[in-house]
Design a protein around this ligand. Sequence first.
Ligand code: BG6
Length: 507
Amino acid sequence: MSSSNPLRDAADRRLPRIAGPSGLVIFGVTGDLSRKKLMPAVYDLANRGLLPPGFSLIGFARRDWEDEDFAQVVHDAVKQHSRTPFREEVWQQLIQGMRFVQGNFDDDAAFEQLKATIQELDKAQGTGGNFAFYLSVPPKFFPQVVQQLKKHELADAPEGSWRRAVIEKPFGHNLASAQELNAIVHEVFAPDQVFRIDHYLGKETVQNILALRFANQMFEPIWNRSYVDHVQITMAEDIGIGGRAGYYDGIGAARDVIQNHLLQLMALTAMEEPASFDADALVAEKAKVLGAVRLPKDLGRSTVRGQYSAGWQGGEKAVGYLQEEGIDPKSKTDTYAAIKLGVDNRRWAGVPFYLRTGKRLGRRVTEIAVVFQRAPHSPFDHTATEELGQNAIVIRVQPDEGITVRFGSKVPGTSMEIRDVSMDFAYGESFTESSPEAYERLILDVLLGDANLFPRTEEVELSWNILDPIEEYWDKHGKPAQYPAGTWGPTEADEMLARDGRSWRRP
Ligand code: BG6
């Protein structure tokens, strides 16, 4: 709540946001996500002084580990993956609150042990009963873990404290399964106790979309169908599926990242200005856009799915998807997906949003390009503007974080020739502050109970509603188009845009 003193309010906003007494329980603590992202993020938060002194971390898994073995694993993960330098004194403090609970998810004794451990930490570390349960486990285990938390009275916060559930994607594999999952979770946890992770929302550049649009005056007046020709949202990866065959095969690119990351980027790009920057207002506006998304009538001509074949990437030979270990050699799973969407509202009517993503593409890059219409009239003759493209505002999400504005400029010389130039804002050049990792930001927000950056049930379900008909169409119609690893996807995707008289950007 704001006070009557605006200067004090401003100072308060600049104060670091520090979590109060609390702890985190990670289920699935032996997994990749936990080692590469969660453990380092906890350490980085501690290192930046954003965790309370008695912060506690409990790992829950099947492994036959003692507390010391768990601490060693966290130590190695931190040394290898943390963003900030290792400091022994921070580590020594963190280790005081580290515990390991061994057991299967159906093991009642293990959940009783977890309960006892939490009570012990409340006394020893002053965690005050405040715990978040991070479900970093395959979705088939969600119901069991959630039920166990209920059965052992871990989901209900003791008087004056809080309990929260953090859920990793995938939130189902279609609308029906997402609804089922949501029902199970909400049987145990109230909506404000549930934090669904979409790590793209934790990225600085993604949060900056709203700052760019709504903290400035010069972009928003042209951010609509009167000036914008189309929007391209690209999430390209150069990596293949790595060791994730078990998860990825049968899921594919569209379910893996369009349903969540790309549709969230689209919602932030297209939504109206929220009344305030709080979770309810943000969700309401994002949900309105997602609810207004219109699928093209002819899905065969306005969607493309692809699968990588063998090729060359970064000077090295890469095997095709079907040759990857653990993949069904007859798999029709998409490793590339491109779709064209419309938004049925006054701001965006008639403006296509092209979304594409793929593994083993030319290089790793995520960007949102708002491409503008050509000037309605040009006083220059045709030869002067021959090389001129369309104006664009490009939000560079990663890896070269920043914003580019593309526009035409006279080429120096004695004739009137106009060519595209860029005006760049780069985080590295404009700010001395470095960007926290997405998971740092999101874990801190969970501990603070700040839900702004977490998609709600409604958004998840609306997003499946968009994707389901596309997946059903793909299931019934043929196979994915092939593209060699290291290229920019199947030629069918180029043809899809060419039919609209447009082309994909080559970031
Ligand atoms: C995950 C997907 O959500 O995002 C992965 O499951 C993908 O397949 C990853 O590689 C990409 O994340 P980032 O932050 O590296 O762009």
